[in-house]
Structure formats: C-alpha cells, structure tokens
Design a protein around this ligand. Structure first.
Ligand code: FES
Length: 68
C-alpha cells in the first residue's frame, strides 16, 4: 500500500530499506523521499520502518551468535 502519497512510497519500499541495512528513518527519507513533503505520512512510515528494523534485527541474532 502507499504510505506516502506525495512521493508514492509504499510500505514494501520502507521494509526493503530496513532489510537492506538502513537503520535510521532519516536515511529512509533520503533514499525514498518518504515524508519530505507534507509530512502526513511520517508517523505511519516511521512505525513501519521501526517494526521492520526490529524484525530484521531479531532475524540477525542467530547469525551473530553463530559468528561469535
Ligand atoms: S504523504 Fe508523505 S510527504 Fe506527504
């Protein structure tokens, strides 16, 4: 679904950013243009991003443990 109507940014694009290693919402904004116009999407976009980072980080734990 479109999260940012101004710049046609989808929830999928935000999740893909998190999965590719982006760890700040400012970087999501820079890469996608999300929330850089009216800002109405920022709360939802930020929530989607932080949820995706938390899920991605959880998925990384076994890899970190295996490397230790
Ligand atoms: S809806 Fe995202 S900046 Fe306007």
């Amino acid at each position: 679904m479109y999260v940012c109507i101004c710049n046609a940014v989808t929830d999928r694009a935000i999740r893909e950013a998190a999965e590719s290693g982006v760890r700040s919402f400012a970087e999501v904004r820079r890469r996608t243009g999300c929330s850089d116009c009216c800002g109405n999407c920022e709360d939802l976009a930020s929530q989607i991003f932080h949820d995706a980072v938390a899920r991605t980080s959880t998925l990384d734990l076994p890899l970190i443990a295996a490397a230790a």
